[in-house]
Design a protein around this ligand. Structure first.
Ligand code: HEM
Length: 127
């Protein structure tokens, strides 16, 4: 079975309360029937209707349950030529782990230096 293909232009027309359709990660969802059931309220959904809601959806940090539920509302996908690369989103602590250099205070250098300074001071003052 081939999945129905939508252009972004087509989706952008479906942006009302009577037809609420948006795109998340190149997949097209029709949530018209879900508006009143959405725990986050109908307004946020209507606000992103016709648009690419990938970021908004992700910003909320939807649960796995929500991600399963959304399968029910899939109506198609974005035509191949208009797909965007799906962002692999990482948790912020994973991002910071990828930073090349640890900050000075969190590396081993800081405690070592502190130890040296204290030792020198101690012998100088009390030696
Ligand atoms: C088919 C698409 C969607 C489904 C099935 C869905 C489902 C859900 C569910 C089940 C929850 C309850 C919390 C959770 O389980 O994570 C929720 C909360 C929420 N959703 Fe959605 N959602 C969808 C799309 C969106 C979009 C596109 C937005 C933003 C534009 C959005 C904004 C919110 C907000 C603000 C909450 C409330 C979070 C809170 O109270 O902490 N949702 N949604």
């Amino acid at each position: 079975m081939t999945v129905r293909q939508f252009t972004r232009e087509e989706v952008s027309q479906k942006n009302s309360k009577t037809e609420t359709v948006f795109i998340i990660d190149n997949v097209v969802y029709d949530v018209t029937k879900f508006l009143d059931e959405h725990p986050g309220g109908h307004e946020v959904l209507v606000n992103v209707a016709g648009k690419d809601a990938s970021e908004d959806f992700d910003d909320v940090g939807h649960s796995l349950d929500a991600k399963e539920l959304m399968q029910k509302y899939v109506v198609g996908e974005v035509v191949e030529s208009e797909r965007v690369k799906v962002q692999k989103r990482t948790m912020s602590w994973e991002d910071s782990k990828l930073d090349n250099e640890p900050s000075f205070t969190s590396s081993w250098k800081f405690p070592v230096l502190l130890g040296v300074v204290v030792t020198v001071l101690y012998t100088y003052l009390f030696g």
